[in-house]
Every structure is written in structure tokens, then in C-alpha cells.
Write a protein that binds this ligand. Sequence first.
Ligand code: 1CP
Length: 333
Amino acid sequence: MNPLHQVIINKNTNRKPVWIMRQAGRYLPEFREIRKQNPNFIKLCLNENLSTKITLQPLQRFNLDAAIIFSDILILPYGLNQKVEFEKGFGPKLGDVNIEEMLRLNEESFVKKINPIYNAIKKVSTSNIVKNKNTIGFVGAPWTLLVYIINQQSPKKNLKKDFFKNKTLIKKILLVLDKFLKIHIKNQINSGANIIQIFDSWAGLLEEKDLPDYIYLPTLSLVNYVKSLNTPVICFPREIKNYKKFCETVKPDAVSIDYNVDPIKILNDIKIPIQGGLNPKILLSDKDTIKKETKKYLDIFKDHPYIFNLGHGVLPETDPNIMDYLVKMVKDY
Ligand code: 1CP
């Protein structure tokens, strides 16, 4: 059984597998080289040879236990024919929503538009480098995608005041998202992804009262769907106030925690396998601090099924040698 399945399915506590959110990306000079020659980010995601190569880059350098496919959560609105562009120094810029067109869209045209991603997953999952390791497919959670689709850019800290103004539109978008996220998940699994992670990067923006409508119910629908395909699902409800309530309600197979979560408290609160936690900023400090902080997580989760990862994506300023140091330390623990 591959490393993440041992932890998530068999609840093995002897091995602490490791992968890193955003492990393929901007902190790697070999990625930046490819990126320089490919200014259109979406096009790069849809270039199956290059996205396969980028996905494998961190595994060639470090002894990681999983590959996460080089793509983006915003490929989904792109597949729904919303304009999606990434502007240097600004982030994602999305076009206006044509909800009637989204409601009319059929599975075939959606899949055709983003098909290179599935081909890349086939290549990655059958490559020698990933043999006996995991291939992680992913999607953005309905809530986080709704945020980008309506806000048309990163919300950074807060939502616009009138975000919830058009409730009918929101309902329709959530309906479309449920349908096409399931299609996207199914195709990733059929192409060789053997774990799905659901990124809810903006879960922390919501008040308690809005969680059932925007997070619990839509995410539960996806989680149940992934389970029905006999594939483990990891949820990352970043900065949600109550991880315990989230886990009890949505019941993912594993949960990824952000760096504000107290690891000792979460260990007492929840029984399912846990992933992540270390603040990515720690990797910008000295080796002694990195060692101490990493060991803290490994010690706390010593007798719990635990996958080592960060509490959010690795920062672009991170030194690849430090990543090497980190992965080796986890492996030698
Ligand atoms: O400029 C560049 O080179 C592009 C940078 C980049 C990269 C490398 C973006 C733009 N996306 C990605 C890849 C990516 N994104 C992966 C690939 C696999 C990996 O190595 O992990 C994954 C899993 C994502 C997921 C993603 N995209 C999330 C969820 C996780 C998180 O970080 O919270 C989100 C929110 C996005 C949106 C996104 N993609 C890129 C940007 C600049 C943003 C906006 C972030 C924001 O709104 O602040």
C-alpha cells in the first residue's frame, strides 16, 4: 500500500509520510525557468508535457511521498467558460459570470476544454518516479471557488459588502459547481489520482451562521462523492474557526490543518488522520528553529496517523536546500 493510504486507510502511526502544499512551484529555479518561457499560466497548466515535468520536479529533488498534479483550483471556472487570467504581481483576474451559459454547459465540452490535465495525471501516475507513491488530485471547495467566481479576484482579507446580495445567482453557481466539481474529481481519479484534496482556502472568511449553507453541505456532497469512488479525501478548511465541528459534520478521511491550529488541542478534539500544520514562514528561519518546530509536530502526532505538510503553501522565497533539509529530517525521524 502506498504511503498516504497507509496512514489514511490503515491508520498506521509508524510512518510519517511527507508532501508539501505548492511543492511544485515558484521556489524552484527549474520551475521559474519554465514559467519565464510560458507567461500564460492557464496555458501552462494545459500543456500536458510541461505540467507533467513540473509535477515531477520536486520529486526528483526531494524524497517526497506524493506528487500533486500541477494545475490550479481556478481551472474549474476556466472550464466553465469564465475568463481566468493571472496577472504578474496581482494574482488571478476573472471575467464576468454568464450563469445561463454555465447552466447550459455539458460535461463533454467541459472535459474537452481541460482534458490535458487528465492526460498529465495519467503520465504522472504511471511514471517511475511516482511508483509506490501517491498521486494527489485536487479541487477547490465550492465556497472558495464561489468567492473567486463572484469576487473576480482574490478577496485577500475580506469579502465585498454586497457579496451575498444576489442569492439566486449564488444558488445557481453552487449548483453548477457541485455538478462540475464531481465531473472533475471523477476524471482525475479515472486518470490515476488515488487521493483527492479539497482546498477551502477562504473558509475562514465566513461567520458561523453561514457555514452550513456554504461549507458544510456543499463540501459534504463532494466528500460523499469521492468516498463513493473508493478514494480517500483530505479536506483543508483553512482558518475555519471550529475544525472539530467541521470534521464531525463533513467527515473527510483526513483533515489538513493550518498553522493557527493548536496541534495539541486538535489531537484531543478529533480522531481522524491529520495532515500539516507547520507555518511556512518557519522555513525562512535558521536550521535550529526549523528542526525544533518540525520536531514539535512530529512529537505531538507520534501516536496518531499523521502526514507531514505545511499549514499553507510553501513560500516563493524558500531555499530549496531548506526544503531538502526538512524532508530529510521528517524521513529520518
Ligand atoms: O506565477 C506563477 O508562477 C503561478 C503561481 C501558481 C502556482 C505554482 C498559482 C497561481 N497556482 C499554482 C499551482 C497550484 N495552485 C497548485 C499546484 C500543485 C502544488 O504544487 O501544490 C495548487 C494545489 C494550487 C491551489 C490553489 N490555487 C489554491 C488553494 C491553495 C492555497 O494556496 O490556498 C488557491 C487559493 C489558488 C488560487 C491561486 N493560484 C495562483 C494564485 C496567485 C492564486 C491566488 C491566491 C490568492 O487569492 O491569494
